[in-house]
Design a protein around this ligand. Structure first.
Ligand code: PMP
Length: 288
């Protein structure tokens, strides 16, 4: 990032960060009533921009928040914010709140959704995580029941994930595995999960109650291009323990190997060959 002060997009304008403010009556703050996206730029180009924008609008649709701009306008606003901040490799946060209302819950009293885009430098996970792999615990906090608050909605209410994250951090793990209400593997607090067993790739299906990760979809595409068979089907904790390889995917993490779960060593205890192959393919893709 250059010397110019950071420019934040808010409601159609780029303003200096200090001037980008929202009301204390905004229901995004009061109730977590809103949706967001986390995106990443490589060489000044936003990776899978249209897919992130589509997911953002689908999240908004699901909470019945009508976005006062079109998807192409949102994509352009994100590109403009990246350019205005001179970001080459960075992390972007797009937020849509319900807007300012009364202290009551009623979203109909919020007339002015706030659209905020922040483009920042990216704080990468330490290199050791990628070289040696992560250790996970399974959290006692189950992932939101899809009939309560669908994990497919990337809502501003991340308390479910945060509670699991706190438990992971207490146990010395930067990520924690979350099960769904059926006891199946869902995802981690901010990443999707993949297993490798006998040369085949496995990841929980959308109806396990997970976020449809953009990185997850990209990895499934890369696997298919590489002739690797993959399956989106229910996975148990046992499947994780006895997997040959395990890795997580997410915009910030990219692809991160997992070598221990609940004190069980996964496979060789080192990042495996398919994890490495897909990581290389992913690095090539994001810079393409
Ligand atoms: N699951 C959850 C709960 C997340 O917050 C994220 C990060 N957005 C992911 C999975 C990974 O999704 P993506 O690859 O789109 O970043």
């Amino acid at each position: 990032q250059s010397k110019m002060s950071r420019q934040v997009y808010i409601n159609g304008k780029l303003v200096p960060a200090e001037q980008a403010t929202v009301s204390v009556f905004d229901h995004g703050l009061l109730y977590g009533d809103g949706v967001f996206e986390g995106l990443r730029a490589y060489n000044g180009k936003v990776f899978k921009l249209d897919e992130h924008v589509r997911r953002l609008f689908e999240s908004a649709l699901a909470i019945r928040l009508s976005v006062p701009m079109s998807q192409p306008e949102m994509a352009k606003a994100i590109d403009d914010t990246v350019a205005a901040n001179g970001i080459k490799d960075g992390y972007i946060r797009a937020v849509i709140t319900r807007g300012a209302g009364t202290l009551g819950l009623d979203p109909n009293r919020c007339s002015d959704p706030q659209i905020i885009i922040i483009a920042d430098s990216i704080s990468l996970y330490p290199k050791e995580f990628y070289e040696n792999g992560l250790e996970l615990i399974t959290s006692s906090v189950i992932r939101n029941h899809p009939a309560a608050l669908s994990p497919r909605i990337k809502s501003l209410n991340y308390l479910n994930n945060i509670l699991a994250k706190i438990e992971g951090l207490k146990a010395g793990c930067v990520e924690a595995l979350m099960l769904n209400h059926k006891g199946e593997v869902a995802e981690c607090t901010g990443d999707n999960i993949f297993l490798v067993k006998k040369g085949k790739l496995y990841t929980p299906p959308l109806d396990a109650g997970i976020l449809e990760g953009v990185t997850r979809n990209a990895v499934l595409d890369l696997a298919s291009e590489a002739g690797i068979q993959s399956s989106e089907s229910a996975i148990t904790k046992h499947d994780v323990y006895v997997a040959d390889e395990c890795f997580l995917t997410g915009t910030a993490a990219e692809i991160i190997p997992v070598v221990k779960v609940d004190d069980r060593v996964i496979g060789s205890g080192k990042p495996g060959p398919m994890t490495k192959e897909l990581t290389e393919a992913f690095h090539t893709l994001v810079r393409a």
